[in-house]
Design a binder for this molecule. Structure first.
Ligand code: SME
Length: 152
């Protein structure tokens, strides 16, 4: 069932009561992991060096690190600065498999003042898990995260 993203957005806004990036990113991925059904991983990769993503706060199994911009679904989101939604990661040639159980993936770039801060990566064991509605809902949650956090 699709969660009520407008309710989740208000709850996330209330949860993010500091402007600290570390606290807010940890809270945000924990909140998404709890509230969005059928996820096996939710977390941030941060751009801390040119063309490279470093593992940030996350919920789930230990994950791949680092991820070059040139590789995988996260790399594509970072390169193109556009949301990547994949129904079945096993059909993506350069997908980086951190966990063989993951099937569907949604990666939303976090861009602040024209600079890529990082990406939010969600994985699901269910093929085709993410719909248009999920994508719009998660993008709205990211807009709230950006608005309520000092990311510069
Ligand atoms: N599957 C991702 C790598 C990150 S993990 O899923 C946590 C990718 O291809 O970019």
């Amino acid at each position: 069932m699709t969660p009520d993203y407008s309710l989740l957005d208000r709850q996330l806004a209330a949860l993010l009561d500091t402007r600290d990036w570390l606290t807010n990113s940890a809270q945000t991925c924990a909140f998404i992991m709890q509230q969005v059904p059928d996820l096996n991983w939710a977390g941030f990769y941060l751009q801390r060096q040119p063309e490279l993503l470093s593992l940030g706060p996350f919920q789930g199994k230990p994950a791949c690190h680092p991820i070059p911009f040139a590789k995988g679904v996260c790399g594509a989101a970072a390169r193109t600065r556009s949301t990547q939604r994949v129904d079945d990661v096993h059909s993506v040639a350069d997908h980086i498999a951190c966990d063989a159980d993951s099937s569907a993936e949604l990666v939303v770039p976090v861009v602040v003042a024209d600079r890529l801060w990082g990406v939010l990566d969600l994985d699901s064991p269910r093929q085709g898990r993410f719909t248009d509605e999920d994508q719009a809902g998660i993008e709205a949650l990211m807009a709230t995260f950006i608005e309520r956090t000092d990311l510069a």
